[in-house]
Design a protein around this ligand. Structure first.
Ligand SMILES: Nc1nc2c(ncn2[C@@H]2O[C@H](COP(=O)(O)OP(=O)(O)OP(=O)(O)O)[C@@H](O)[C@H]2O)c(=O)[nH]1
Ligand SMILES: [Mg+2]
Length: 172
């Protein structure tokens, strides 16, 4: 085990009510309860296994409401999770533009698309294939998650950890 700790800031952005706070609570505390809006940075330490090595890493999650004026907050992010509530219709074209914009912004963050509230997929207005156009670069990943289904979130978080670790090691 290598002891130097890696810390990544990961912004969680999406429309009001898309499930950002619930997702952060699940990722950071494995908890259902959300006490209002999660202001400030939420810390989560985790082990990431990659190439047979275990690294202890730290995520700093930051919730961002809405897409306008987010530039400032996003500039220091290593990763961005875009939360899209699958039970609510969205303007996918402007979302594609947003992904284009942020992937070339600041630290060139890795982009993760989280189709949220997957437990309500039977009332979905957006399907996984609708979100495919958001995968603009080979490193952009797409997940269908529900904060009420802990495993879906755990799998996403693990994968995000591996992606960020790969990126960090490549840039050294
Ligand atoms: N069924 C279901 N409901 C969810 C899920 N995630 C969040 N919700 C519900 O959706 C609503 C909004 O969730 P939040 O996590 O507060 O969403 P948010 O994006 O942080 O909302 P704002 O901070 O107000 O913009 C709440 O009523 C949650 O209980 C989910 O995975 N499944
Ligand atoms: Mg919130």
């Amino acid at each position: 085990m290598i002891s130097t700790r890696l810390t990544w800031k990961v912004s969680v952005i999406g429309e009001p009510g898309s499930g950002k706070s619930s997702l952060i609570s699940r990722m950071a505390y494995d908890s259902d309860s959300v006490s209002g809006s999660l202001r400030g940075l939420v810390r989560k330490k985790m082990n990431v296994v990659y190439n047979g090595e275990t690294r202890n890493v730290e995520f700093l999650f930051q919730e961002i409401d809405g897409f306008t004026g987010a530039d400032n907050l996003l500039s220091s992010s290593n990763g961005v999770i875009i939360v899209v509530d699958i039970t609510n219709p969205v303007d996918l074209k402007s979302l594609v533009k947003f992904v284009d914009f942020i992937s070339n912004f600041g630290k060139n963050p890795l982009i993760f698309i989280a189709g949220s509230k997957a437990d309500r997929r039977y009332e979905a207005k957006i399907w996984e294939e609708d979100l495919e156009p958001l995968r603009k670069t080979p490193t952009t990943k797409l997940y269908m998650v529900s904060s009420r289904q802990p495993d879906t979130v755990k799998n996403m978080l693990n994968d995000i950890g591996v992606s960020l670790l790969k990126r960090t090691l490549e840039r050294k």
